[in-house]
Design a protein around this ligand. Structure first.
Ligand SMILES: [Zn+2]
Ligand SMILES: [Zn+2]
Length: 332
């Protein structure tokens, strides 16, 4: 089979790899669509190579099984990104991503024609939902949905969403679905245009606009009710903290390892609730299916599709910023 290898320094290779064989509860899934995630850019740009690839958002068909408990060959599935023990406190609560004892991956990453994984990681994909949308029903939709749910965003809220990459755009789309008023911010005008087209009420580019001043005007001087940072950049995080109103709520989603904040002014004296939010709870998958069934046009987040043989071009397109969701199609 073909799989992608991340070589480092913005290079990827497509290489032959032995077809996986099922074993016990480990099943072989034929990948039909695999989405590139913003979190992969770190691996793509760093100098050192990876043994395989960082793909972790995909959908496919159960292809070969050995002794599965409930899956059948031919089942359509969405792949959950991380293995889990099923027994620890967090697993029992559905927070598989927080598992205390995750087992290492047995397969080369989802940018592949086939992967091998435990059947428990295969979430059912209803027949009427395409594989392309299915590939977004993991990280792509689940991560913003989980944060939005934890923030309790509703139709009365004005929400600031910093960063309109795929996660930020998904957040904009879901907040729109919930009838919240959305202020979308990015330094990339291409992505602001998409944000506008999928329902952002206001779009601002901080390289041009005074976003805090605009927020004050829109909210009558109060600040936004809720804010989400999807940039993973200090500027976006600080803007979100500054734009949110007293007793408001803010979520960090974008991965970052350092930012300087002023706890007195930005947190304490605003009586602020700040959360970190990672991936989603397994029980929220059914809710995401309902979001799709209610007609939220998830497919509009997909701007590019490439066959696996053009994986280099897929990553270059994604990294250019002139794209939202980029899909790798292992079978063309
Ligand atoms: Zn991801
Ligand atoms: Zn566990």
């Amino acid at each position: 089979m073909l799989t992608v290898q991340m070589l480092g320094n913005e290079k990827v290779a497509v290489k032959e790899f032995p077809d996986p064989e099922p074993e016990g509860s480990l099943v072989v899934v034929k990948i039909m669509a695999s989405a590139i995630c913003g979190s992969e850019l770190g691996v793509y740009r760093r100098p050192n190579p990876m043994e395989h690839n960082s793909g972790h958002e995909a959908s496919g068909i159960v292809w070969k099984t050995d002794r599965p408990k409930h899956l059948r060959e031919g089942d359509r599935v969405v792949l959950f990104a991380q293995s889990h023990c099923g027994r620890c406190e967090h697993c029992r609560a559905g927070y598989w991503i927080l598992c205390q004892n995750p087992s290492p991956r047995r397969y080369p990453g989802n940018h592949s024609q086939y992967v091998l994984l435990d059947e428990e990681l295969c979430l059912p994909l209803p027949d009427e939902i395409s594989f392309e949308v299915g590939a977004l029903l993991g990280d792509g939709i689940g991560t913003p949905y989980h944060a939005i749910k934890r923030l309790g965003i509703n139709a009365l809220d004005t929400v600031l969403i910093c960063g309109q990459g795929p996660i930020g755009l998904s957040a904009t789309m879901i907040c729109r679905f919930l009838n919240a008023q959305v202020i979308a911010v990015d330094i990339n005008d291409y992505r602001l245009e998409i944000a506008k087209s999928i329902g952002a009420d206001y779009t601002f580019n901080p390289q041009r606009d005074d976003v805090l001043e605009a927020v004050r005007e829109i909210t009558g001087g109060l600040g936004v009710d809720k804010a989400i940072d999807c940039t993973g950049k200090a500027e976006g995080e600080v803007l979100a903290l500054n734009a949110v109103k007293r007793r408001g709520r803010m979520a960090f989603i974008g991965e970052n390892t350092g930012v300087t904040i002023n706890p007195s002014a930005q947190l304490i004296h605003k009586d602020l609730d700040v959360i970190g939010s990672w991936y989603f709870n397994a029980s929220e998958y059914e809710e995401m299916i309902r979001i799709v069934r209610r007609g939220v046009p998830i497919e509009r987040l997909i701007t590019h599709r490439f066959p696996i043989t053009e994986a280099q071009k897929a990553f270059e397109t994604f990294a250019s910023g002139k794209a939202a969701k980029v899909l790798i199609k292992p079978w063309g």
